[in-house]
Ligand binder design. Structure first.
Ligand code: SAM
Length: 333
């Protein structure tokens, strides 16, 4: 495939190198910060992209300069053909295919995914305590997730933990999760709770990154040494070393200190819509043209056009209400 030499840029000249692809809207958890509290907001079903369509659309992006792909959802492990999708995408990005998963089905899939070309996995784990996990996710699944994490590491996948923090729900899990990172020598990244369609976000539940870090410092009784800021391809987190361990904690401060000026990412929903910003912009349908035999050039033109409209910053920063194109479980986080 012919690749452009100077990469993919948006209308503001930001280099776009990272694509998040949601492969399904289905999920086997109903996390309180993600799923709507009522079923009323679910959009009418449209079948997800099939595996060939996922690979073909990813190829259109990689031909323009995307260098890293993350598969997400919904819960990506709900797809039986995930290994085939990974195998189709991996050569396109020289093996830089990652997965974000709740880890429930990871124990039995980790080796197969690695063999298919998966490089790393982020496991969402918002609590180290069984009861707290069940309250947040509405399922008694902590043991399965920990087994999945262990299997991923045993298979040689790079593994990290992601924890969304909600005041009144799991701020008491910050220190236990940091301790888990310390004893396991793993990285845990705490994510600020973001408002999204139907997730009941409120200021009273929002815990800013600085407060999360203060809780870690006080709970561990240790100062934290910040690592130099890595390129955004390593993610938008600020990372801190934990004393006496390979473990690290990170914070992702989407709201309190956003990183929009360095944004390098775009999203493809499981319905084949390109979303240039998590919080706004009209989604651009790529699947319908693909199904109507659009050429590679047509698809890349649509992608470039959509990126000229990418927002300079997320709308909340200007005090505006974001335009959602579905829930977080539909866009993929
Ligand atoms: N099912 C997979 C999982 O649990 O990781 C992938 C989908 S999930 C939507 C992707 C990421 O979005 C997870 O790390 C999740 O914690 C995060 N997420 C979902 N809703 C969020 C919210 N309201 N604020 C911050 N992060 C959120």
């Amino acid at each position: 495939m012919l690749r452009v030499r100077d990469g993919l840029k948006d209308g503001l000249g930001r280099n776009i190198t990272y694509l998040r692809v949601s492969v399904t809207e289905q999920c086997n958890l109903a996390c309180v910060y993600c799923k709507p509290r009522t079923g009323a907001l679910e959009r009418a079903e449209r079948p997800a992209m099939n595996r060939n369509e996922v690979v073909q659309l990813v190829q259109a992006f990689t031909s323009l300069g995307i260098r890293k792909v993350r598969l997400t959802g919904g819960e990506p492990l709900m797809r039986r053909d995930l290994e085939t999708i990974v195998a189709g995408i991996s050569p396109e990005v020289e093996g830089r295919v990652h997965l974000t998963t709740n880890g429930l089905h990871l124990a039995k899939r980790a080796r197969g995914l690695r063999d298919a070309g998966l490089c790393g996995v982020n496991v969402s784990l918002d609590a180290a305590d069984r009861g707290a996990f069940e309250r947040l996710t509405r399922k008694d699944g902590l043991a399965k997730v920990l087994a999945g994490l262990e299997a991923a590491r045993a298979a040689g996948l790079k593994a990290k933990l992601n924890a969304v923090v909600l005041r009144g729900w799991n701020e008491d899990q910050i220190v236990p999760l940091a301790r888990l990172a310390q004893t396991e020598g793993i990285q845990v990244r705490f994510i600020e709770f973001m408002p999204y369609q139907g997730n009941g976000w409120g200021r009273d539940q929002f815990l800013p990154a600085d407060e999360i870090l203060r809780t870690v410092r006080e709970g561990l009784g240790a100062s934290l040494e910040e690592e130099p800021v890595a390129g955004l391809e390593e993610g938008p987190a600020r990372i801190f070393r934990l004393p006496g361990s390979e473990g690290k904690v990170g914070v992702i401060s989407t709201l309190s200190a956003d990183f929009c000026d360095r944004c390098n990412r775009v999203r493809l929903t499981s319905r084949g819509e390109l979303k240039a910003c998590l919080f706004g912009g009209c989604p651009v349908d790529l699947l319908e043209p693909l199904r109507n035999h659009a050429s590679h050039e047509d698809l890349t033109r649509l992608i470039r056009q959509a990126l000229t409209e990418k927002l300079d910053c997320h709308p909340m920063r200007r005090g505006e209400v974001p335009q959602f194109a579905g829930g977080m479980w539909q866009v993929g986080g």
